[in-house]
Design a protein around this ligand. Structure first.
Ligand code: NI
Length: 169
């Protein structure tokens, strides 16, 4: 296993549309393991393959709390089948360190994906899990949280990130 470097906005690789995984083989499983280790080390509740520079339709999510056992979900070639309702969460993103914003999304999602053995499954999710699924699905299409906020907030986010990047050694 290995911890992978996480790309940060505005790295252009975060804007690529990721390609479907042709076959869930050992290379894909190795990538998934490394992504999970990277997410836990960060720490974060979700990580999409484009965030580690791999343009494939894969993401991992674990929304378990610090005092709960880990609960890793692996999604390969995910497809959102249904979305309903609305909710707003204060979201963060490992590609936008130090930034969090309230973002409106669907309250419930139904999706289909392949698991780490390449087996198809369907999952219905609400609340934070539904938010995480939508956030990570966006990454696969090159859509980022900065696209989900209004023009004023987008400018403020841009300034905050620029300050942070200039301040780093
Ligand atoms: Ni993100």
């Amino acid at each position: 296993m290995a911890i992978l470097p996480i790309l940060e906005y505005p790295d252009p690789r975060l804007r690529a549309v990721a390609q479907p995984v042709a076959q869930v083989d050992d290379d894909v499983r190795q990538l998934v393991e490394n992504m999970a280790e990277t997410m836990y080390a960060a720490p974060g509740v979700g990580l999409a393959a484009p965030q580690v520079g791999v343009a494939l339709r894969i993401f991992v999510i674990d929304i378990a709390g610090e005092d709960e056992p880990s609960d890793l979900h692996v999604f390969i070639n995910p497809e959102l089948l249904q979305t309903d309702g609305t909710q707003s969460w204060n979201e963060g993103c490992l590609s936008f360190p130090g930034i969090s914003e309230d973002i409106k999304r669907a309250e419930r999602v139904l999706l289909r994906a392949l698991d780490r053995d390449g087996k198809p499954f369907e999952l219905e999710a609400h609340g934070l899990m539904a938010v995480a699924i939508q956030h990570e699905s966006d990454h696969l299409d090159g859509v980022l949280m900065i696209d989900k906020v209004g023009a004023l907030k987008r400018r403020l986010m841009g300034k905050k990130l620029a300050r942070r990047q200039h301040a780093s050694p």
